[in-house]
Design a protein around this ligand. Sequence first.
Ligand code: DX5
Ligand code: ZN
Length: 230
Amino acid sequence: MGIPIDRVLLAPSILSADFGRLAEEVAAAEAAGADWIHVDVMDGRFVPNLTIGPVVIRAIRKSTRLPLDVHLMMVEPEKYFEAFAEAGADGLSIHIEACDHAHRALQHIKNLHMRAGVVVNPQTSEEAIRYCLPVADLVLVMSVNPGFGGQSFLPEVLPKVAAIREWIDASQRPIYLEIDGGIGEETAGRAVAAGARVLVAGSAVFTKPDYKAAIGAIRKAADGALPGRT
Ligand code: DX5
Ligand code: ZN
């Protein structure tokens, strides 16, 4: 399946969901119109927080048919690629800051038949991932410092999104451009106008009483900012 050009994909992050009812929360996000489920893996070393690993991903896999978009905020992620593949991840994204051999690691992910993503923190220049683009299926630009949900969007990353969008378009390869952190109804339009086409949203979905209304509002703002819609 190719990358849609007429709509933006929404990937609710379960970090802000009720972990005591995770299966229901994931099913509810799917019913509310999510395109992917974003899963944040944190190791307490690369980021100052701990979350979940392959065991929980295996459980989530049973609750939804949507692609599981797994964001690895961990050092030495390559040690666990097979475990995440076996647990049912559809895509793995690794931080360029956490991986000395990101180019090789991305090829490793692809060899395991998963979407290979490379992530840049707010302070990291787009140049850091430039030579990974030929082996990347996805680039994720962090619009907060990773580790926690509910932080404020950092608009200073928007020029980086625009620069990477130009590279992707020039490459003519199907590469998703995703943004993660502080995305909601208020910020989605700016992210899409800069070139993002997959929006991660945690607190803007899972802290709201009506997930369908929350996803619908973000989708409206996002799709409205696509080129040719203004
Ligand atoms: C932050 C995580 C995000 C987080 C986003 O480190 O990578 O996916 O869940 O949360 P919000 O959308 O609340 O900023
Ligand atoms: Zn994330």
